[in-house]
Design a protein around this ligand. Structure first.
Ligand SMILES: Cc1cc2nc3c(=O)[nH]c(=O)nc-3n(C[C@H](O)[C@H](O)[C@H](O)COP(=O)(O)OP(=O)(O)OC[C@H]3O[C@@H](n4cnc5c(N)ncnc54)[C@H](O)[C@@H]3O)c2cc1C
Length: 466
């Protein structure tokens, strides 16, 4: 099916230039998944191989036109936007090689993670970490530091190689033997260092997990830093909650050698309720029936509780399957050192209460995920510290969302909170420098070499990195 995607792309032929023959659209507009940002590139290209990409970039350099790659457009800010040449990676969606002995995979940049997971599983391999959803392109997900939950680093930590076409038009192989100094910096790169044509990732043998959902309460989770026990006890642990409901829904996943055990009721609830109804309904309710939301969520969390099931990790770790687009949806996620999670969360819950007392429209479910701190990816928000990622969401048409998000950021800033690059944030250059120090300086130094004229720059990168 993926092979025939190009049939859907209108095909125009351009005469007398380098990009002749490469499918493109002129003056079209694109919006991201959440419909919060719209972008109007001069031309949108659909390259089919590395030579096509090279030609587009060379032409852009010659004509001094900015370039931006876009994967699935799931980022919830404008980091993917440009007014120049837009490179859609949908047709760069193949696996290049799988090395079963060393358990590595090399794939073109645009392959969707859900396909990658399935192909790897057939070869007996899996990723150690996965985000809640697998609709993103692999390189788009890596660029923003996409993470899941559990005793592992973020997805980018597993990058062991890449092929890059930089802002000078040069083609570079990056791995432990070639341009090795760039390897850490390419892991979370915000699309700022050039176009990544292919990526190589370390996998592990395919594994199964035992998964349970249990309800508990905010108090029980925060009291005496109980969440640390959950985090250390389980291979993967996260929870969802709402500040105005006492109930929270805990997810645990533990490695097992036992065979797959499914429960049809659990599958049905997951497919229909969690994926299709829950987000949509709770947001509608927050708007039209604000008083009912808490009651609804409380019941909903109890309904989703289940006994253990067992399945392959790639099937369980990304429970959001093709979530329906929610127009105007805004989400911000901030990673703080795990030891401060209870204090930060209590302050946040109090903040929420203050807003609620002012009778404003409510916000959605909060997700709390926990990630191991490593030193593999300098710009990962979890760099160097075990982290709790707290994610809040709202709708852009809800009154007071902006001031609420700013107040949330103010609390998390006290705890050295580092926002997710691919979600709503108010970061500026000074804050990036303060939060990442030498890592941000090293990133900018590499950027100055690889993209001296900021061919891959845009408004977002300008605000955050200059
Ligand atoms: C419903 C939903 C669920 C989500 N769940 C999670 C989650 O569980 N965990 C999490 O951490 N995040 C999550 N996210 C955020 C998401 O993972 C990131 O925003 C991710 O970057 C999106 O991938 P994409 O392919 O859509 O990238 P895009 O948004 O298209 O692009 C992201 C960045 O990558 C750059 N880029 C893309 N391809 C290339 C390339 N070939 N070369 C160079 N640069 C490139 C773009 O220019 C841009 O700067 C979620 C988002 C949504 C909408």
């Amino acid at each position: 099916m993926r092979k025939f995607l190009f049939l859907l792309v209108p095909f125009f032929i351009q005469a007398n230039n380098l990009t002749k023959g490469i499918p493109f659209l002129e003056n079209s507009s694109f919006t991201n998944w959440a419909h919060t940002h719209e972008c109007h590139p001069a031309k949108t290209f659909y390259p089919k191989n590395r030579e096509d990409v090279q030609k587009i970039i060379t032409e852009a350099i010659e004509r001094n036109i900015p370039v931006k790659a876009v994967g699935s457009g799931h980022s919830m800010n404008n980091l993917w936007c440009t007014t120049g040449y837009f490179i859609k990676t949908d047709l760069l969606n193949d696996i290049i090689s799988i090395d079963k002995k060393n358990m590595t995979v090399t794939a073109q940049c645009g392959i969707k993670m859900k396909y990658l997971f399935r192909i790897l599983a057939k070869k007996g391999l899996a990723f150690t970490n996965q985000g809640m959803m697998a609709e993103q392109s692999i390189v788009g997900a890596l660029a923003t530091g996409t993470h899941g939950t559990g005793q592992t680093g973020v997805l980018s930590d597993y990058v062991i190689g890449a092929e890059l076409i930089d802002g000078n038009g040069n083609f570079l192989r990056i791995n432990k033997d070639e341009n090795a100094e760039l390897l850490p910096l390419i892991r979370v790169n915000l699309g700022a260092l050039g176009f990544i044509y292919s990526i190589t990732l370390q996998c592990e043998p395919l594994f199964r997990l035992k998964h349970k959902k249990i309800t508990s309460s905010w108090d029980k989770m925060l009291e005496g830093k109980k969440y640390l026990e959950w985090y250390h006890k389980h291979d993967y642990f996260m929870f969802l909650g709402h500040p105005l409901t006492d109930t929270i829904l805990i997810y645990t996943y533990d490695r097992t050698t036992k065979p797959v055990k499914k429960r049809w009721k659990v599958q049905l609830k997951e497919k229909l309720l969690m994926n299709k109804v829950m987000n949509y309904l709770q947001i509608k309710m927050a708007h039209w029936l604000p008083g009912v939301t808490n009651e609804f969520l409380d019941r909903f969390f109890h309904m989703m509780e289940h006994k253990s099931i067992r399945d392959y990790s790639y099937k369980l770790l990304s429970p959001l399957k093709s979530p329906p687009e929610i127009e105007d949806y805004i989400e911000e996620e901030i990673a703080i050192p795990i030891e401060h999670f209870d204090s930060a969360m209590r302050e946040f819950l109090a903040l929420y209460k203050k807003y609620e007392d002012r009778d404003f429209e409510l916000f959605g479910v909060i997700s709390c995920r926990f990630v191991k701190g490593t030193k593999e990816s300098p710009l990962a928000p979890a760099y160097g510290r075990d982290s709790a990622y707290i994610s809040i969401n709202s709708m852009r048409h809800f009154a007071a969302y902006e001031s609420f998000f700013k107040d949330f950021e103010a609390i998390m800033t006290k705890y050295d909170g580092r926002p997710h690059w691919g979600k709503f944030n108010h970061l500026d250059q000074a804050q990036v420098l303060q939060l990442y120090g030498q890592q941000a300086i090293d990133f900018n130094t590499a950027r100055a070499k690889l993209d001296p004229n900021h061919l891959f720059g845009n408004e977002y990168l300008q605000d955050l990195f200059g």
